[in-house]
Design a protein around this ligand. Structure first.
Ligand code: HEC
Length: 473
């Protein structure tokens, strides 16, 4: 949860954080409790590293021995690294011999300074017992790849079911139109809900979804619906669903904190995911393999976008920069640092030559991806720009000023402002063929607008069973 406490008290940091925190108390603790209970059961079968040991290490050790920090010169976020001694040059794991294994000795030592996890309670006797047994049984690795991130090899159990009816709406952080424009997917609480955008009627509910969904994307030229999210400070997940059958197809990756943004390449073969692990993961959709791990940002990756040709990927981060990468090699090509403030949204122009990025500085910067030189800006925002979408000829953006704006991408002029949301607008999607814009707000309300005349077509609260005081449908 360190990410959360490190945040500034700034309003817009709160905007994003609210989303993350709002449901933390309830579900996260039940997940936790279930976990511990399972670990306390006596397990006669051999200890599995990925199922039994990795979750303990991921939860208790990664903050100091992970991608960001290597206290004592030691990292364990990748199995191969976990076997390499740090500064004290004691082999962390000696298969068959827990008492000679540096890592195990660090768990049981009576010396508070040396005992791990440092600055925390000792691990439970049950968890220490699991690690001891795993080492004694030969310290075997049973994951798919000893070079993979520890968090990605932890098998995910089914998620809890969503509420049958909602007593409160949930803040909306993800909406997406299906490729034919006939359905709108919306992130709910442990579910994705599918709605008819013309009537506002609920069509389907997809279960087995992470607690919060931060980003949704339909696969171009394919049949998957990808969802990214997690539980703040606890877990993150990127998963593919069959939106018609409403079933989980495959989990592409799991992390130790929320995944915040996903994007398919234009041909639908690759999926990029960025999140609170400060990294970008690039997956091959067909095989489900993680092809590239890009670690260039020093803080949360809040948005990712492919260009139309699929040759470049862009990212926006809370570290105040936006970046451009080669999608084949993952190499960093350009860093744009002119925002001087956290960047929340990013997109490419149709020709792929320019990037549009926006965030806490209340402006959309237009810049050349070849030299990161600014070529223009779109202004007039009164609060932070939370999300940005470049599609067709337009740049759509939504803001904490409760407005949604449509700019002409080439002319860089405001086409229209969509007003009516009563709270911060977190998310949007645009479907050019049906000229529809969908927007989602902190108060749980979805609005569907016509981009032809700017008129509001439908309004609904995307919380099954929830009745507003003025529900006049
Ligand atoms: C709050 C930070 C923190 C956490 C959490 C933490 N460690 Fe450490 N760890 C340290 C520091 C600092 C050192 C180096 C200082 C020392 O040797 O005591 C260290 C050293 C180690 C070493 C010795 C590395 C070497 O070769 O020198 C091992 C092994 C280790 N930790 C394992 C773990 C395990 C396993 C966990 C989780 C159960 C964990 N640590 C959690 C801070 C932490």
């Amino acid at each position: 949860m360190s990410n959360v406490s490190e945040l500034s008290s700034n309003r817009s940091a709160k905007a994003l954080l609210n989303v993350a925190l709002i449901l933390l108390a309830g579900a996260a603790s039940t997940i936790f409790a279930a976990d511990t209970a399972a670990q306390n059961e006596p397990t006669p079968a051999p200890i599995s590293f990925s199922r039994d040991v990795a979750p303990i290490l991921a939860k208790k050790c990664l903050t100091c021995h992970g991608p960001e920090k290597a206290k004592g010169g030691y990292r364990l976020h990748i199995f191969e690294l976990m076997l390499k001694a740090g500064d004290d040059e004691i082999a962390p794991i000696v298969p068959g011999k827990p008492e000679q294994s540096g890592l195990y000795r660090r768990l049981i030592t009576k010396d508070d300074e040396d005992r791990m996890p440092q600055k925390d309670d000792p691990l439970s006797a049950a968890n220490i017992g699991l690690i001891e047994r795993w080492i004694r049984e030969g310290a075997r690795f049973d994951g798919s790849d000893p070079k993979a991130l520890l968090t990605s090899i932890i098998p995910q159990g089914p998620h809890p079911s969503p509420p049958t009816t909602y007593r409160q709406p949930v803040p909306l952080t993800a909406v997406a139109f299906s490729p034919d424009g006939r359905e709108l997917a919306v992130g709910g609480y442990h579910e994705i809900t599918i709605w008819d955008p013309s009537s506002g009627k609920l069509l389907r509910r997809i279960k087995n979804v992470a607690q919060r969904t931060q980003s949704l994307a339909y696969q171009p030229r394919g049949s998957f619906l990808a969802a990214a999210g997690g539980s703040p400070g606890q877990a993150g997940e990127v998963a593919l669903f069959n939106p018609v059958e409403g079933s989980l197809v495959k989990v592409l990756g799991t992390m130790s904190d929320m995944v915040l943004s996903i994007c398919f390449s234009e041909d639908g073969t690759r999926l990029a995911a960025g999140g609170a692990d400060n990294a970008i993961h690039l997956y091959d959709v067909a095989s489900g393999k993680e092809q590239l791990l890009i670690q260039q940002h020093a803080d949360w990756v809040l948005a990712v976008a492919f260009d139309q040709k699929g040759g470049h990927l862009a990212s926006a981060s809370r570290d105040r920069s936006a970046r451009i990468y080669d999608t084949k090699t993952g190499e960093l090509e350009m860093t744009y640092a002119d925002h001087g403030a956290p960047v929340f949204g990013i997109g490419f122009s149709g020709d792929g030559k320019s990037a549009y990025s926006g965030g806490r500085d209340k402006k959309i910067h237009v810049w050349n991806i070849k030299d990161a030189k600014k070529s223009g800006e779109l202004s007039g925002f009164e609060e932070d720009i939370i999300k940005l979408l470049v599609k067709g000829d337009y740049v759509f953006s939504c803001s904490a000023d409760r407005l949604v704006r449509q700019h002409d991408a080439k002319e860089r002029k405001l086409v229209r402002t969509y007003s009516g949301h009563k709270d911060w607008v977190y998310t949007l999607d645009y479907h050019p063929a049906t000229s529809r814009l969908a927007t989602g707000s902190h108060d749980g309300e979805v609005r569907i607008w016509s981009t032809e005349d700017g008129k509001l077509q439908t309004v609904f609260v995307a919380a099954p069973g929830y009745l507003t005081a003025d529900s006049s449908k």
